[in-house]
Design a protein around this ligand. Sequence first.
Ligand code: NAP
Length: 276
Amino acid sequence: MSNMPVAVVTGSNKGIGLAIVRALCKQFPGDVYLTSRDPGRGQAAVAQLQQEGLQPLFHQLDIDDLQSIRALRDFLKEKYGGINVLVNNAGIAFKVHDTTPFAVQAEVTLKTNFFGTRNVCTELLPLMKPYGRVVNVSSMVSSSALGGCSQELQQKFRSDAITEEELAQLMSKFVEDTKKGTHEREGWPNTAYGVSKIGVTVLSRIHARLLKEQRAGDHILLNACCPGWVRTDMAGPKATKSPDEGAETPVYLALLPPDAAAPHGQFVSNKTVRAW
Ligand code: NAP
């Protein structure tokens, strides 16, 4: 088993994920795994970084596929005995003008952004080593979508007592409500991406709370963040930040020094804790 520290970034064959891998290759003292659901796209991204003189490693990971997540889990457990840094970056968004029915957009978006990310956490968080750092890439859109929820839903999503099961049930209810055409009457905002990212931010708050309760001596820090508006395939060429600039806040959270006690369980943008 290797004693080398190890960092893993999901959805890192392009966009912000690739930029996070680039920055970690320069700053993280250990092995850095670029992961991709498609090995061809992943290897091409590795080759791109190699041309820049960097040495990322590759492992396949499709966060929609439990078998794929478990294969990565077993590999990391066997080779490194755990994980030092996990960045949950993989995500999808339908384009604004996409004509796919809203209920389908809701199901597909929640499947990857919330349920996929949750499955990665279920399988990989138990592997986090002492002083580990977990970064979940959410979005400012989670905050605006929260503001668009009914008072009752806002209270639930801001609660310090909500459980992971309750959150997952609410995320499933959103999808079901969109199928019935009742989501707005039920207090949901009209954004599937926004609701999926509410899920990511609230999941982060729950997991941070559990780490504090169950692994207090391990000094693990877990946060959600927004990278900003970043020029990628998702956000388009008009966005204000380059991918490398978008990587700055996630990388800051991934490399919080061992003596840091905060932030933990926070929503962070531009390296600043935001109110939830
Ligand atoms: P992007 O360029 O579209 O990249 C998304 C990455 O996620 C790609 O590598 C994609 O892989 C991967 N991915 C999608 N579904 C996956 C799955 N099931 N399993 C594994 N990987 C999967 O988007 P981005 O702008 O870099 O976004 C990265 C993260 O930042 C996302 O979580 C996004 O919501 C968030 N974010 C972005 C912005 C922005 O302005 N860009 C703002 C706020 C938050 P493929 O190449 O195989 O599709």
